[in-house]
Design a protein around this ligand. Structure first.
Ligand code: TXA
Ligand code: MG
Length: 315
């Protein structure tokens, strides 16, 4: 049988060197992060970044997040401020992205930032991607490794299924522990949360005065499109299915083990539920269900991000 899938590598010293050289030559790589898997390329190279947009079928109007090993490496690319340092100290490396003003001397290609005057930067905590970033002399533009508007992948096999042979190198870093995309905070003006994540608005508010409104998310981030994170089948929110032909995503102890029930967290842990969200939606799709119903999920902590993704997926 012909192998139609991309190559998945286990991580070791030899593969580290191979990946670093591969990225230096302007190629794309599928890399693990603690949130979701990313599709990485040299953020300073227009040609390399162009390949990301093409492979993802992403509109050029939607800017990419630039990933660094540490803030020292981002000095020339963005203008830092106090709010940034407060959040960086508390949460980095980790599942949070900062939108900052772009530095005039920055080498980040305008393609990465969709011509905006700001840049979104992130410091992922996953060991594999950190050691790759450490060995590069440029940062990595890295959106989630899925075709635009589809579900983000949380393991190497899902990345390979998304792009087949068109992506030649994927590093296996196990399952992404967080399971949903990073929290995006805009610090280029008055601090504002653009995309909720497992770090909830309350977590951020403990460090910084910051606003969060579902409405303002659509203005600032071009990528905050309504239809997003879609498993490819209709989702009905806060509704119970009428029969067992439809899948039912539930949360908490009170639900029994029924074949069409998919419990995000039996022990009602919202962090665990976030980690299971995309995995569960994929499983349901693979099993051949044509509709997904979702029970009510508490709208606090990581639950805010879960509801955000479910609402967008149901559009
Ligand atoms: O967890 C994550 O953030 C993952 C991993 C791979 O790091 N990445 C990710 O990237 O989710 P992506 O491209 O799927 O989502 C990035 C979001 C988009 O909604 C984009 O519009 C927004 O960040 N964004 C990027 N640059 C921006 C900017 N300068 N201003 C406002 N929003 C920006
Ligand atoms: Mg994405």
């Amino acid at each position: 049988m012909k192998n139609i899938y991309s190559k998945i590598y286990s991580f070791n010293k030899k593969i580290l060197i191979k990946t670093v050289n591969w990225l230096k030559r302007g190629n794309l790589a599928g890399l693990p992060t603690e949130t979701v898997y990313g599709l990485a390329a040299n953020a300073y190279s227009r040609n390399a970044v162009k390949k990301i947009f093409r492979l993802k079928k992403r509109t050029l109007k939607n800017p990419l997040i630039v990933h660094y090993f540490s803030f020292e490496r981002a000095k020339k690319d963005v203008i830092f401020n106090n709010s940034f340092f407060k959040l960086y100290k508390k949460f980095c490396p980790g599942p949070i992205t900062f939108v900052l003003k772009k530095n005039k001397i920055s080498k980040i290609t305008s393609l990465t930032t969709a011509n905006l005057k700001t840049v979104a930067i992130r410091f992922p905590s996953h060991k594999v991607t950190r050691s790759i970033l450490k060995n590069l002399n440029f940062p990595l533009a890295m959106p989630s490794a899925n075709v635009s508007s589809k579900l983000s992948p949380v393991n190497a096999i899902e990345v390979s299924e998304n792009f087949k042979k068109k992506l030649k190198l994927i590093i296996d870093g196990g399952n992404s522990k967080v399971g949903i995309e990073s929290t995006v905070v805009d610090l280029s003006g008055k601090p504002k949360i653009l995309r909720p994540g497992v770090l909830s608005p309350l977590d951020i508010k403990k460090v910084l005065r910051v606003s969060f409104s579902k409405k303002n998310s659509k203005i600032k981030a071009p990528g905050m499109m309504k239809k997003h994170y879609s498993p490819g089948i209709p989702i009905f929110f806060c509704k119970k299915p009428k029969n067992s032909k439809h899948a039912y995503i539930v949360f908490g102890k009170k639900y029994k083990n029924i074949s069409n029930y998919f419990n995000l967290s039996k022990k009602a842990d919202l962090k665990e539920a976030a980690a299971n969200l995309y995995k569960t939606m994929r499983k349901i799709k693979k099993k051949g269900y044509k509709k997904i119903f979702v029970s009510k999920i508490p709208n606090n902590g990581p639950g805010i991000a879960i509801n955000d993704r479910l609402i967008r997926a149901s559009k």
